[in-house]
Write a protein that binds this ligand. Structure first.
Ligand code: FMN
Length: 324
């Protein structure tokens, strides 16, 4: 399938694996790229720029297809070594960067000078338009149903995607809630040029996470996610567990007086415990409502081939019937 996104990134299928903390290692990115999608290494999961350079080099040994690196610009005071990470990306010959979080304007000139295509993840039309105006090549439009940080506007993709189509000139992909071919076709119908999936890719054979995480995703329903950190205006959609219930109880009790310090036990340093050790009650971890649509643990190739086969069948059979 050819779309503006497959053309922009030189990939076979319009399916991107979004950056995911402690999931987006070389194994994940290479598996998605080898299956014809766009795999993405999560930059900040690597503790230093040198480690990111090594991870990029490791990914090169696993695929000769294009892959990208996610750079998440964190809110607040935390300031990772962004210049170092960007140097590792440039020196590693990576030509695609997925930015997320704060406005990436400061880093765009150096990325563009080095021939890097930038896709910025946005949760609103106004942020998407901003990304377009500063020179991003594409945007990933992340609806309210998404795993991770859906922003504070709470607009789901059934509205957000056609709104983005009304306003944007650069291509965009539908991000959040996507797991199958029906949804890829729906996204294309609403004006997107492809999809970005997070949660769905965690429940794959190659995802380098503990089997408990994959099993938890398969076992969960669309009713099992919760929104945390809303009072801090840093809303995150996570899978419910005992730690999340504790966190929500604190939010209820402390109200607007809550600070990040109050919830550190539930959110700080949680990812290695969950993703690597499989200690599922260790804290709050990002997960989308799409868990309700995830019932198996295929390889990335089986997943992507299945999505594409279903999408083609829906377009040429079911939709063609309605056009008659
Ligand atoms: C476990 C997990 C970790 C994530 N970590 C990041 C991250 O570090 N940076 C980022 O930009 N997005 C992150 N995301 C968001 C994904 O890239 C993607 O936008 C989102 O998962 C799409 O929604 P979906 O899960 O419904 O497919 C994460 C998502 C999950 C599920």
């Amino acid at each position: 399938m050819k779309t503006r996104i497959t053309e922009l990134f030189g990939i076979e299928h319009p399916i991107i694996q979004g950056g995911m903390h402690y999931v987006g290692f070389a194994e994940m990115a290479a598996a998605v790229s080898n299956a014809g999608g766009l795999g993405i290494i999560t930059g900040l999961t690597q503790p230093t720029a040198e480690k990111l350079a090594a991870e990029i080099a490791r990914c090169r040994t696993m695929t000769d297809k294009p892959f990208g690196v996610n750079l998440t610009f964190l809110p607040g005071l935390a300031s990772p070594d962004y210049p170092g990470y960007i140097k590792a990306i440039i020196d590693g010959g990576v030509k695609i960067v997925e930015t997320a979080g704060n406005n990436p304007v400061k880093w765009l000139p150096i990325l563009k000078e080095n021939g890097i295509k930038v896709i910025h993840k946005c949760t609103s039309v106004r942020h998407s338009l901003k990304a377009e105006s500063i020179g991003c090549d594409a945007v990933s439009v992340d609806g309210f149903e998404c795993g991770g940080h859906p922003g504070e506007d709470d607009v789901p993709n059934f509205i957000l995607l056609p709104r983005a189509a009304e306003e944007l000139t650069i291509p965009f992909v539908a991000s959040g809630g996507v797991a199958n071919g029906k949804q890829l076709v729906a996204a294309l119908a609403m004006g997107a040029e492809g999809v970005n999936m997070g949660t769905r890719f965690i429940a794959t054979v190659e995802a380098p996470v503990h089997i408990n995480v994959k099993n938890a995703i398969v076992a969960a329903s669309e009713l099992d996610t919760r929104l945390v950190m809303r009072p801090l205006r840093n809303t995150e959609r996570v899978l419910n567990n005992a730690a999340v219930e504790r966190l929500l109880a604190k939010e209820k009790e402390l109200g607007d007086a809550i600070t990040i310090q109050d919830i550190l036990p539930e959110v700080a340093g949680v990812y290695p415990k969950i993703m690597t050790d499989g200690t599922m009650e260790a804290g709050a971890w990002s997960c989308g409502m799409v868990v309700g649509l995830i019932h198996d643990i295929p390889t990335c190739k089986q997943l992507i081939d299945g999505i594409m086969a279903d999408a083609h069948a829906i377009i040429s059979d079911r939709l063609a019937r309605f056009a008659a």
